[in-house]
Design a protein around this ligand. Structure first.
Ligand code: ADP
Ligand code: MG
Length: 140
């Protein structure tokens, strides 16, 4: 077991329905600690860069429009094996396939509006958190 940091976003469908506290409660119940958090409204350029890996996918333009359709909450989470631990409590990308008790099963509206983002690797977590936070904003 190793202490890790991962990067999280509470997406516009979550802020629109006032679910940020409910989702944070599940994050904290899992043992992950929110060591940085801020509410922002992403620019189109920011969203396009953040999801650049998906730029060739059919859903890319819709995804970018969705991510800038309202405010989001960007977060850094810390804990044992945080990258995989957060992916586990997020649940599957498509909420229809997500397990009971996961964030996406409880809250997601659709495969696109699925309430949360979580980094898929330690390497990407480091890149993603540096995109939104400076080191001095992480308070463990
Ligand atoms: P995850 O967020 O589980 O890591 P991906 O990295 O594959 O999933 O996709 C990034 C985001 O793009 C998803 O969280 C979701 O918002 C959106 N997305 C993924 N697949 C689809 C799809 N088939 N149709 C619409 N939106 C999608
Ligand atoms: Mg992903």
């Amino acid at each position: 077991m190793t202490m890790e940091k991962t990067f999280s976003i509470l997406k516009p469908d979550a802020t629109r329905r006032n679910l940020t506290g409910a989702i944070n409660a599940l994050i904290e119940k899992s043992g992950l600690k929110i060591i940085a958090q801020k509410r922002i409204h992403m620019s189109k350029a920011q969203a396009e860069t953040f999801y650049g890996v998906h730029s060739e996918r059919a859903f890319f333009n819709d995804l970018v429009e969705f991510m800038i359709s309202g405010p989001v909450v960007v977060q850094v989470l810390e804990g044992e094996n945080a990258v995989v631990a957060y992916r586990d409590i997020m649940g599957a990308t498509n909420p229809e396939n997500a397990e009971v008790g996961t964030i996406r099963k409880e809250f997601a509206e659709s495969i696109e509006a699925n309430s949360v983002h979580g980094s898929d690797s330690l390497e990407n977590a480091t890149i993603e958190m540096a995109y939104f936070f400076s080191g001095t904003e992480l308070v463990g």
